[in-house]
Each structure stands twice: as structure tokens, then as C-alpha cells.
Design a protein around this ligand. Sequence first.
Ligand SMILES: CC(C)=CCC/C(C)=C/CC/C(C)=C/CC/C(C)=C/COP(=O)(O)OP(=O)(O)O
Ligand SMILES: O=P(O)(O)OC[C@@H](O)CO
Ligand SMILES: [Mg+2]
Length: 233
Amino acid sequence: MAAAWEQWNHVTKIDPDKALHDGDTFTDIADTGTDALILGGTTNVTESSVQSILDAFVSVEIPVFVEPTYHPTTFQHATLTGYLIPIVLNAGDRTWVTGAHHEWVRSTETIEWELTHTEAYIVLNPDSAVAIYTQANCDLDADDVVAYAELAEQILGQQIVYLEYSGTLGDPAVVAAARDVLSSAQLFYGGGIHDYDSAYKMAKVADTVVVGDLLHDAGIEAVEETVRGATDA
Ligand SMILES: CC(C)=CCC/C(C)=C/CC/C(C)=C/CC/C(C)=C/COP(=O)(O)OP(=O)(O)O
Ligand SMILES: O=P(O)(O)OC[C@@H](O)CO
Ligand SMILES: [Mg+2]
């Protein structure tokens, strides 16, 4: 069976630590035309803060994934489609490559592996929370990024490669070069998408674009505009 994400052009990432924009509701997000929802953020995300958002999504039709920065213990089948577990390839602290994963696997009795997938992150905005948290080496040129993407797929067998420019719009030429080197892995791009044009531009060069902060800062209508941009690309 094809992986769920192969069909995704546009994903909305909800940060459980941030409020929605005035008047927006969680269920409105699923009606924007976005292909999937990811719940996750770098700081202050807990199983219980994720759970209260999941409760709001019981009847949504699109997939709902959790990208945990905590150690999940219970799989909530009613709304959760699966987990996406980051592996930060350019982290300076090994915790974010295999350390947290090792602890999680060791301390968790039953992990539902068929519902658990990994994402090979390459973190590229040195000022982002995720870069600071993981002590990522963001001093990478295009060839470095391409090499990380290639090794993610060919050496580590990753099916998702995620170029993470969180908070700032990245360089489309670097994104295009990373996608070119992948044979079947899906290239996710996230960072700074804020309108039709930025979504269109990045969706031209990535397989899937991820929109995060815009949801919290500008709201549902702004996200809808990015869905249109990604769909037209
Ligand atoms: C092994 C398990 C279960 C968990 C470990 C998971 C790992 C390795 C996490 C490290 C990488 C990380 C913190 C990913 C979080 C996802 C992410 C990039 C969210 C976006 O956060 P930002 O956009 O940087 O945060 P702000 O918007 O708050 O600045
Ligand atoms: O918040 P933004 O900048 O849209 O980034 C999206 C996502 O890649 C964050 O993990
Ligand atoms: Mg963010």
C-alpha cells in the first residue's frame, strides 16, 4: 500500500503550545483543503496537551499525525492516524539523532510500529527553536544539504526527508536540488510559507509543503490561500 504522505501536497502543522487565531476552531482547519494535520512543536508539548487537541478532531476525515517531542505511551485509535518521529540528521546533540529514540524504545512496553514512521530532518534556520534545541549545524551549503538528503534515503532508508527552515522562507534552489537526488522518498519542505506565492513557489520544488506558524499568527483564511498556492503548483 502506498504511504499516506505520497498524496500530500499541503500539510498544516498545529503547535499545541500556541493558541489559534481569534475565532478559529480546530475543526475549521480540516476544512481548509489541507491534506493532513500534524500536531507538534519544539517546546512545551506534552501527551496531555496533544490529547486535548486530538479530542477536537474525532470526526475529521483527513489524516491526523502526531510529531512527538515527548515519549508517547498510548496510541489513541479514535483520531490518531500515526506518529511521525523526527531524526535530526544535522543535530549537534546526539540525543536528537538516536538518543531520545533509544530511551523511548527502551522505556515503552508496546510501540505500534506499523503506525510509527520516521522523518529525516535537515534543520536549516539557525535562529529557529528547533535548531537551538538540537544544536543543529545549519552552516551547510547546497551540496551538504543534497548529501544529507541522499544519505537519508540510501543509507538510512528514510521515506520522508524534511527540509526544515522553520520561521523563514528557504532557498527554492536548495529544495529543488534535494528533491532531484531522491528516488522515491518524499521531500517535505517547511518554513515561512505565508501566502499564495510562497506556497506556490515551494510546492513547485518540494513534494509536500508544511505550513505552521501562519495558522496561529494569521488564521484559517491565510492557510486557505497557501492551500490554493500549493494546489496550483
Ligand atoms: C523519540 C521520540 C519519541 C521523540 C524525539 C523526537 C525528536 C528527535 C525531536 C527533535 C526535533 C524536534 C524538536 C522536532 C520538533 C518538530 C518541529 C521542528 C516543530 C517546529 O518547531 P519550531 O517551529 O522550531 O518552533 P517554534 O515555532 O515554537 O519556534
Ligand atoms: O512555522 P513555519 O515557519 O510555517 O514552518 C513550518 C514547519 O516546518 C515547522 O516545523
Ligand atoms: Mg514554528
